[in-house]
Ligand binder design. Structure first.
Ligand SMILES: C[S@@+](CC[C@H](N)C(=O)[O-])C[C@H]1O[C@@H](n2cnc3c(N)ncnc32)[C@H](O)[C@@H]1O
Length: 200
């Protein structure tokens, strides 16, 4: 999985690379999310992290693909902002520590297998200080049998969260609010969701 991501970032541009995501920019521009200590979990080439730094946030951004972090650092340099970029694995952190006021995950948790999701929850929840917010964007639908078969031969470990799964993973530690999403879409993806969770 790590090799797959690293190779894609090094030699190409994965399809999810693009400007900072609209749900995040909307929440920042409306003042719902205000400058604070934020960690971007699985930051890829850093567009969300750079956007947050440009809007006054103190940003740490982590990804296990070193090639993505190299591109992200260059983006931050060109934008003239400071971001603490780290290469680390969210299922067994060795470099990231401390507490943050805001956690952001765009399309990482849903990529993980059930075992990796459990490890991620164990590693990531302690990073959320009291009252911290956690913005989670994920694919969300119940995978059909053929989709499970396809996933089993691809380098991805996961595809989408099942409806209700975000609450099951995070409901013990966070108040979980689904703030946006679509389901039953024709084509692919078949659904997606945005959660804004608050640590209790
Ligand atoms: C679908 S991409 C999304 C990237 C970025 N959040 C964005 O919105 O463009 C998933 C990202 O998660 C990273 N990733 C996947 N599993 C990871 C893990 N266990 N630890 C750290 N990063 C991981 C991948 O390298 C990739 O950059």
């Amino acid at each position: 999985m790590k090799l797959f991501y690293n190779t894609w970032y090094r030699y190409g541009t994965p399809p999810w690379v693009g400007p900072a995501r609209s749900d995040l920019t909307g929440l920042v521009e409306s003042g719902t999310l205000r400058p604070c200590r934020v960690i971007d979990l699985g930051c890829g080439v850093g567009d969300n992290a750079v956007f947050l730094a440009q809007h006054g946030f103190e940003v740490t951004a982590v990804d296990f693909a070193a090639a993505a972090i190299a591109k992200a650092k260059e983006k931050a340099r060109q934008a003239g902002v400071e971001v603490n970029f780290l290469v680390d694995d969210l299922t067994r952190l060795t470099k990231v520590s401390g507490e943050f006021d805001l956690l952001v995950d765009y399309g990482v948790f849903d990529d993980l297998s059930a075992r990796q999701r459990a490890a991620y929850v164990q590693q990531v929840v302690p990073l959320a200080g009291p009252g911290a917010k956690f913005l989670l964007w994920c694919f969300e639908w119940e995978p059909r049998l053929w989709e499970r078969a396809v996933i089993s031969v691809l380098p991805f470990d996961g595809l989408a969260l099942m409806p209700g799964e975000a609450e099951r993973w995070f409901g013990t530690d966070f108040d979980v609010e689904r703030i946006s999403g679509e389901s039953g879409l024709r084509g692919w993806p078949r659904g997606w969701a945005v959660y804004l969770m608050t640590r209790h």
